[in-house]
Design a protein around this ligand. Structure first.
Ligand SMILES: Cc1ncc(COP(=O)(O)O)c(C=O)c1O
Length: 420
């Protein structure tokens, strides 16, 4: 009889002692153990407040007022920009957030635009669902190609817009520390995207799951991390004369605390939030992730998440810089190219000409190392000579073991010591 793996994470590789899975973009065991301590403290603090009639009850549709208040204060501190508690809507993670928006605002007549490359799991499942059409827009160094988006949007079919379906199409972007490229949208691109969205009645959904993981420091104070560039939601300024509310910021605790919390938030225009309130999921379930959000409210109020983020930035910065310098030293001379990201958890690596990511994977996997092949991030199968490496899961020593092995595979293929 075959012996059963201990759990699905061992089977899937990420807890398998012999494998190094550089494709995994979540925090690793060392970081999750720290988070467990904060959650325990938060849960005790919550229980001691004896607000059970509130914290164990169905919550307000957009989430507990106290939690939204703490979250607004936390995000304001971490973004370095005002976040209004009245714009917040608690979700059970970014995945659920985007799914809800698709379900409510999209239909068979409407198109979802995705970046090329993009967050592959979203694009793959959207395409598989067959419920909406998908179109891709290439990424440039500072964000999506807006000339192309504009051209495509101008060709959209005429649709009757109603209060239930007020948008002609949805644009899905990751404008800060992009998955997989690591790029951040420039101010020019961000502003132009907002005007396009307003002019053509588009809903822009921005996955803001990496925004607080910025590794740039103040040159005069190396311990002081700078803030990430402004999120798209803030560019959709309510004071503008033509403001209609076209952007949703889809945030998450998965990357900065723990994915199993299934906890996230929207910053969302009021008219969009009202439509979401009028769904079976939100009305019948009365808000999302109510209890765990109350515990997180305590964690946020204690300042533990601020401290944890500061720690994460230090650890991830070191991992990011060491990984990039190792790759550059080992295979930079062979034509490998990296544009070092300012934050997030991914390194997007262009392989030497003629070297195929699938072959590198095949070779690296012989030593039980894997990573994401670029092709899977493209709805049109581009990026065959790109790979994505995540720095979030493994402590530095183990991460570098995997990276060295990856470099050896690249080197062997680039110098034709091996042909596959
Ligand atoms: C861009 C992006 N959005 C969403 C998710 C998933 O987020 P959550 O765990 O909050 O559903 C990920 C995880 O890799 C991601 O990279």
């Amino acid at each position: 009889m075959q012996s059963r793996p201990l759990n699905q994470y061992e089977e899937g590789g990420i807890l398998h002692p012999e494998q190094i899975c550089l494709n995994v973009g979540s925090p690793g065991p060392d970081l999750l153990h720290l988070v467990a301590g904060y959650i325990e403290k938060g849960a005790i603090a919550l229980t001691k407040k004896y607000r059970h009639e509130e914290t164990l009850q169905y919550s307000p549709l957009r989430g507990s007022y106290l939690v939204r208040e703490e979250l607004a204060k936390f995000l304001t501190r971490q973004y370095g920009q005002k976040v209004d508690k009245n714009d917040l809507f608690i979700t059970c993670g970014a995945t659920a957030g985007i799914q809800l928006l698709i379900d409510v605002f999209m239909d068979g007549d409407r198109i979802v635009f995705v970046e090329n490359p993009t967050y592959m799991i979203f694009a793959r499942h959207l395409r598989k669902s067959g419920k909406v059409s998908l179109s891709h827009v290439n990424m440039e160094q500072d964000g999506i190609d807006l000339d192309d988006l504009e051209k495509q949007v101008q060709g959209l079919p005429k649709l009757e817009l109603t209060p239930e379906k007020p948008f002609r199409a949805l644009v899905y972007v990751i404008s800060t520390h992009h998955n997989p490229t690591g790029c951040c949208y420039s101010e020019v691109k961000s502003r132009r995207l907002i005007s396009l969205a307003r002019k053509h009645k588009l809903l822009v959904v921005c996955d803001d799951v990496y925004n607080t993981l910025n590794y740039q420091v103040d040159p005069t104070e190396p311990e002081k991390f700078l803030f990430s560039s402004q999120r798209l939601f803030a560019y959709d300024d309510k004071n503008d004369l033509d403001y209609e509310g076209n952007v949703v910021s889809n945030g998450s605790f998965s990357k900065i605390a723990a994915p199993s919390l299934r906890l996230g938030w929207f910053e969302i225009p009021d008219h969009v939030a009202k439509r979401l309130e009028d769904t079976f999921l939100v009305e019948s379930g009365s808000g999302m992730s109510a209890f765990i959000s109350s515990i997180m409210g305590e964690v946020l109020a204690s300042g533990d998440m601020d401290g944890h983020l500061q720690y994460l930035r230090k650890v991830y910065k070191k991992r990011m810089e060491t990984t990039i310098s190792t790759i550059e030293k080992r295979v930079g001379g062979l034509g490998v190219k990296i544009r070092p990201p300012k934050g997030g958890v991914f390194i997007w690596i262009q392989l030497p000409q003629g070297v195929d990511a699938a072959h590198v994977l095949q070779l690296a996997w012989k030593s039980k190392v894997r990573f994401l092949c670029g092709e899977t991030t493209s709805v049109v199968g581009d990026f065959k000579n790109f790979i994505r490496v995540s720095i979030s899961f493994y402590p530095l020593r183990q991460l570098l073991l995997g990276v060295e092995c990856l470099c050896t595979a690249i080197q062997k293929l680039a110098t034709k010591q091996v042909t596959l």
